[in-house]
Structure formats: C-alpha cells, structure tokens
Write a new protein. Structure first.
Length: 193
C-alpha cells in the first residue's frame, strides 16, 4: 500500500485536473501559493484537516476521498508513465555523457605518444555512472529501496576498486576494508524507513 502522502497527492492531482484547473488557479481559490499546492501534489506535505475539508467541499467529495486510493484515469496514468520513462531516459543520457567523456579521455591517452593508455578511466567512469544513478534513484524512485541499495553498494565497491587500480603500483589491497563499514551503513539506511 502506498504511503498516505502519496495517496493524498494522487487524489489532489486527479481532482484538480478533472476540474480543469492549474495549480496557480487552485492556489488562488484557496489563498495559498502555487508552491504550496505543488508540495501537496508531490507528496512533500499533506494539507491540514481544515484545508482537506475545504477542498472536499470545493470538489464535491467527502474528506475520506483524499485518504483512499482510487483508480486513476487513463490520461493521468499515461502521463505518470511518460514521466517515469523520461526519468529513465534522463539517467541513461547522463550516464552516456559520462561514458563519452571517459572514452574521449582514453582515446586521447592512446593518441598522446609517449604515454601509456589510461584504461583506469573506465573504472572511474563506471563509479561516476553508479553515483549518478544512485542519486536519481533516490530522487525519483524513492520507494524502490532495493534498486537503491544495489546501485549504492555497486558504487561503493567500484569506487574502492577505482582507487585500488589507480594506485596499483603500491600494495594497497587493504583499502577494501573501508568498504565493509560503508556497506554496513548502506544496509542500515536501507532498513530504515
């Protein structure tokens, strides 16, 4: 079951769109800012009981309507799916940009006569991609904690591997011990609500 703030947010969006109102128009009708309405609809805040009662009267529903999950319209569902698809494309595009930069650095190191090819840049690039993906999973897919844990864990170990490979000439295998408490912290954060 979804958290209450997401259920209220979904119902607020649905009713506002059915009424053909913008966030600005709704905000003006209730003497609030459009930023406040946006926070309600994103689930960052829940309106007070008095405001929910006013909204329920305005839309002609009971206050209970806001607290229960409803079948969302096909139009809103399609828009939400499109938004999620766009988020995935944005993450993929940013990761591709990182890999393009990494490849350019690698090719430059090959073309630069007298230097050894800098292949470790791919490991650093992988850790950058994993960090970026972890940040966006945390931002856009808050409820997908398993993916967040997996991606965060991969980031920790790939970053440690990048440090290890960068300083390969030195015997620094013990750097992997740093990963144990970091992994433990990631797991504890995963278990927290």
């Amino acid at each position: 079951m979804k958290p209450l703030n997401e259920i209220v947010a979904q119902n607020l969006v649905e009713l506002r769109k059915k009424s053909g109102l913008t966030q600005q128009q709704l905000a003006e009708n209730f003497s609030y800012s459009d930023k406040t309405v946006s926070k309600w609809e994103l689930g960052y805040a829940i309106p007070s009981v008095e405001v929910l009662k006013s909204l329920a009267d305005y839309y002609g529903v009971n206050v209970d309507y806001f607290l229960v999950e409803h079948q969302i319209s096909a139009e809103v569902e399609k828009k939400n799916k499109s938004k999620v698809d766009n988020h995935g494309l944005i993450v993929g595009l940013m990761d591709a940009v990182i890999l393009l930069i990494v490849t350019m650095v690698f090719v430059w190191s090959i073309l630069n006569v007298g230097t050894e090819p800098y292949w470790q840049v791919f490991v650093w690039g992988a850790s950058g991609c994993l960090l970026l993906t972890t940040v966006f999973i945390r931002r856009w897919w808050k409820n997908d904690k398993v993916s967040l844990l997996i991606c965060g864990s991969l980031f920790i170990w790939v970053l440690i591997t990048a440090f290890y490979l960068q300083f390969l000439t030195q015997n620094v295998w013990y750097i992997y011990f740093i990963g144990i408490p970091m992994q433990l912290i990631a797991f504890i954060l995963f278990k927290m609500k």
